[in-house]
Design a binder for this molecule. Structure first.
Ligand code: ATP
Ligand code: MG
Length: 689
């Protein structure tokens, strides 16, 4: 394959995106809202650097958080036409592959990977009724993600305002026993892989040198969800180099409950001295109508839309959960038409358990669907058989994968031939029909792809080592194929997009989830809903049910409090406003009403408009300061502090106290000016908050 012309890689990018692709700044963080092209920029940047020779594709490592995201990134990179394909993988898979090279070279038996903690934890819990193994596992995973050892658990949990199911000291005791038990039995869990790999890199210079030689250019997508353990590993991979580029959106941070920390992104320049932070501002994915609802949910700054107007989002209530599922199935069918295949629609729900109702309704309505996150891939009987065969093969994996690839390509061509189609259509590959054979071929293609992934990291791997690696890295996700509606949880929809999105179960208890009791947890639920909403390109439909049956009797439900914000934003749109795009007009109205001294309760659009306008002023003040001082804007004031000031709207010096990200120095230097800027928007008295 010919190396691509670098200029072509800048096609279809706006100036800010081009800058983000071409800047030679290192380390680099790209900070931007949903649908602003972060992932597009990341893949183009990788390709552009390879094409211009500032990076070597064979030494690029693109790190993601889930297998699915790695596959997504891999897919996008393949389309770039590079001669060599950069490696894309999850933290876990990469750490595991690297550790295995060490274990093999030391001729030590690799520890057994513990992929489910349930059994061990069940035994440790004995007949304790109040705590389920899954709850304890969640606490242990959180602690490990935060690099907290058992003896530090109680204090750390208190500081993070966690509410473990029982006395934190007891949790700490069980956590300690779990660690001891694992050690005794020669087991490691997924988090141990990261920890062991990082620790080894930190203390073994020759291992570190080899890995750092192997991977010289590091890229991370969705960096807002990185946790301290992953960050430690990332730093161990980096050593004292600076070739790191991360992209993310703080408003989409949805894993802090699991130990992630968006401040790694927000305070990137502090964590990585000399780093550059580039911001992208506009959305290319969603219509102004969808964006208006999205901004209303997080009360954030306006998101400029590049898409033409679309229909206003709708909210629909149903009598029961079953009615809702059938209603959504009808709506899915109504939206299905030429140019809008089933695969351009998704149903998003807060919990995995909710997916079953929709699967049932779709099955009855003969609508093809795919449940995301369900581990269908390894469950395919043919894949199981194949892996069992691999378990017994000691020949080089590269041979096995080459053979498999050839045979799968033949089967694909045959199958498509039977449907009268070429294997390669004009605009890429044809989707395979959703038949048993189609699914098998799809699954085998995934095996090939994953085999290549292992080979990219460990070229001499043997076939019998592949199945275990595969089981270890396939934490979730089924093969992507065929024309089907996606049913997915909000979490697993991250980073994806559909023309039509149905968000179901928008009820208190789901949105926010009932166990989100602290302010932080609720804020995370808002961001999660924002993630769900911003998956929609054109049509957004939110629904809820008055009654839901969990076990036997139906339970009464009330709409999600966040639906109020959605409705307000829709109302605003219907009155001709554009909450996101036309904030200045709404702001002018609010100002007018405020200055007239009228008793007004500003509606959501107005409040949003004020927040947006303050943000805009803060930004231009910040740019001006930065220009004068010859520093980057985020050095003057971090984004996090800027967001905090715009949404909290402090009016006194005391109000500035404790605002997220506003350190003592910034407060001393800029406090008065910040209050002035806020004051110029909201005056005193009837401040819309
Ligand atoms: P998320 O925050 O949801 O992960 P993102 O910032 O990663 O979103 P992308 O997925 O890269 O955004 O892009 C969103 C959509 O907009 C994609 O369909 C992408 O192809 C498209 N897009 C991005 N930039 C442009 C552009 N300059 N012109 C046209 N389309 C674009
Ligand atoms: Mg993305």
């Amino acid at each position: 394959m010919l190396e691509v012309n670098p200029d072509r890689l800048l096609d279809g990018l706006d100036p800010a995106q081009r800058l983000a692709v071409t800047t030679d700044a290192q380390p680099l963080a790209i900070l931007a809202g949903a649908g602003s092209g972060k992932t597009r920029v990341l893949t183009r940047r990788i390709a552009h650097r390879c094409a211009t020779g500032t990076a070597d594709a064979r030494h690029v490592l693109a790190v993601t958080f889930t297998r699915k995201a790695a596959a997504e990134l891999d897919g996008r990179l393949r389309k770039m036409g590079l001669r060599d394909l950069p490696a894309a993988g999850t933290f876990h898979a990469l750490a595991y592959a690297q550790l295995r090279t060490i274990w093999a070279s030391e001729q030590k038996a690799a520890p057994t990977l513990l992929d489910r903690k349930g059994r061990i934890l069940g035994r440790i819990l004995g007949n304790t009724k109040r705590v389920r193994p899954a709850d304890l596992a969640a606490e242990i995973e959180w602690a490990k993600a935060r690099l907290v050892a058992p003896d530090g658990y109680a204090a750390a949990a208190a500081a993070a305002r966690r509410r473990p199911p029982v006395d934190p000291e007891r949790v700490a005791g069980w956590y300690l026993r779990y660690e001891q038990e694992k050690r005794k039995r020669g087991l490691v869990d997924f988090d141990d892989l990261l920890l062991l790999c990082a620790a080894r890199l930190e203390r073994d210079p020759s291992f570190a040198a080899a890995q750092r030689w192997r991977f010289r250019h590091l890229f991370v997508d969705e960096y807002q969800d990185v946790n301290p353990l992953q960050d430690r590993l990332l730093r161990a991979w980096m050593g004292d180099r600076t070739d790191l580029c991360v992209v993310g959106d703080p408003n989409q941070a949805i894993y802090s409950w699991n130990g992630a920390d968006a401040s790694f992104l927000l305070d990137f320049a502090e964590h990585h001295p000399g780093a550059e932070v580039v911001e992208l501002s506009d959305s290319y994915r969603s219509t102004p109508q969808v964006l208006a609802v999205a901004s209303a949910i997080i009360g954030g700054r306006p998101i400029g839309a590049h898409r033409a107007d679309g229909p206003p989002p709708v909210v629909v209530g149903y009598q029961s959960d079953v009615d809702e599922a059938n209603g959504v199935a009808r709506a899915v069918r109504d939206n299905h038409r030429p140019g809008r295949p089933w695969s351009s629609q998704a149903v998003l729900v807060r919990t995995n358990a909710q997916t079953t109702l929709f699967a049932e309704a779709f099955r009855k309505a003969s609508i093809p669907y795919r449940v995301r996150g369900a581990n269908r891939f390894l469950d395919e009987p043919d894949v199981g058989d194949l892996l069992q065969r691999f378990d017994r093969l000691s020949e080089p994996l590269v041979t096995t994968i080459n053979d498999l690839e050839e045979s799968v390509a033949r089967q694909r061509a045959e199958l498509l031939g039977a449907y009268g189609e070429d294997a390669d259509g004009e605009d890429g590959r044809h989707e395979l029909p959703d038949t048993a054979v189609g699914r098998r071929i799809d699954a085998f293609e995934q095996v090939v792809r994953l085999g290549r992934e292992l080979l990219a990291m460990e070229s001499g791997a043997r076939t019998d080592s592949f199945p275990n690696w595969l089981r270890a890295v396939l934490l979730d996700d089924g093969p992507a194929s065929a024309d089907a509606v996606t049913i997915a949880s909000f979490h697993s929809a991250k980073g994806l997009e559909w023309d039509v999105v149905h968000i179901a179960g928008c009820e208190d208890g789901y949105v926010p989830i009932s166990h989100a009791r602290t302010a932080e947890a609720r804020a995370e639920e808002e961001r999660l809903f924002y993630v769900a909403v911003t998956r929609a390109a054109e049509v957004l439909r939110c629904s809820w049910a008055k009654q839901r049956t969990f076990t036997t009797d139906p339970v009464d439900r009330v709409p999600s409090p966040l639906l109020t914000k959605v409705r307000d934003a829709i109302g605003h749109l219907e009155r001709g406003g554009r909450a996101a795009a036309d904030s200045s007009a709404a702001l002018a109205q609010t100002r007018e009403r405020l200055s007239a001294g009228a008793e007004v309760r500003p509606d959501a659009g107005d409040v949003l408009a004020v927040t947006n306008a303050i943000s805009a002023d803060l930004r231009s003040w910040r740019s001006e300061q930065a220009r004068k001082a010859g520093v980057r804007p985020t050095v003057v004031l971090s984004d996090r502090a800027l967001h905090a000031v715009a949404s909290a709207r402090p009016t006194t010096d005391d109000d500035l106290d404790g605002l997220a990200g506003l350190g003592r120095l910034a407060r001393r230097q800029h406090g008065a000016r910040l209050l002035e800027i806020v004051g110029s928007h909201v005056g005193s008295g009837s401040v819309p908050r």
